[in-house]
Design a binder for this molecule. Sequence first.
Ligand SMILES: C[S@@+](CC[C@H](N)C(=O)[O-])C[C@H]1O[C@@H](n2cnc3c(N)ncnc32)[C@H](O)[C@@H]1O
Length: 326
Amino acid sequence: MDGYSDFTTQGNVRFLDCHPKPADFFGEVIEGLGAARKAIPPKFFYDQEGSQLFDNICELEEYYPTRTEVKILRENLDDVIATMGQNCYVIEPGSGSCEKIRLLLDALRPKAYMPLDISKNHLLDASQRLSHDFPWLDVHAVCVDFTDQMDLPKPPQHLRRVAFFPGSSIGNFEPEDAIVFLRDLAFAVGKGGGVLIGVDLKKDHDVLHAAYNDGEGVTAAFNKNLLQRINGELSADFQIDAFAHKAFYNPKPGRIEMHLESQADQQVFVGGKAFAFASGETIHTENSYKYTVSEFQALARKASLSPVKAWTDRDGLFSVHFFDVR
Ligand SMILES: C[S@@+](CC[C@H](N)C(=O)[O-])C[C@H]1O[C@@H](n2cnc3c(N)ncnc32)[C@H](O)[C@@H]1O
């Protein structure tokens, strides 16, 4: 992709729609439910409702990552901005509500901002709100599955590309897939560019457990919304209440696992295909890997990224890293 000719204009925002096709969603769900250990990739959480539920999670008392990452960015703003450099073109994979970039914009004054997200309407709304609040900013929004392609339009040569990847979304990848993703991101950014990335840290297991098992049941609703979405979009008949939210820290791989656990022996149809569930069997819906600062730097080095700086909060809950692309 060389230019911006495929973009349409939506209000003040330039927009490119590469949303995955319904057939891709169907294919991945059928494959995942047909596996010996049933699993569905976490990217399918995010329809409009899923994106809204994620925003609600970010407000929860138990969910420390969002407020801690924001605090780290606020407390180290001058240093972060100086490290990112002048004349940036900022690319944000998984931009969600485009809230965290707001913290950087006034000081960074990037030449353009490219939010990438799989959740189309949420992305459009968020980018239009951003563009309204920062009218000087060129916003080039792309609805895309960032695990599929990173063939982004090329910004002018003199601009330094910096990827912003907050929210510890990198933790959703298996470590070896995280290396592949970061390598693709480094390639998209190009030599001379950088990556600013938020990574959740290893910590007390009770703190982790609480963050994914909130008292109000918002994370449970987020997890179960996946079944609702499959019912609505893929002609399925999941009985939502026949599945329970299950999230726990698995210390050996160092990750939170989220599952939907069948509460009975049952059969579910998806697009005419039958899937049997035994009582207690689960659909694995998400991993969230936790890293120490040095573990993550070692992983990033394997993806052609050179550690420049890492900032953490006083309680050692979360980290924000900057890497140069080698
Ligand atoms: C955990 S939320 C993080 C949102 C925001 N970056 C933050 O830090 O609060 C993950 C975001 O990435 C998007 N996302 C997840 N998987 C994706 C994929 N494969 N391609 C594009 N976007 C994806 C979701 O729609 C969601 O907005």
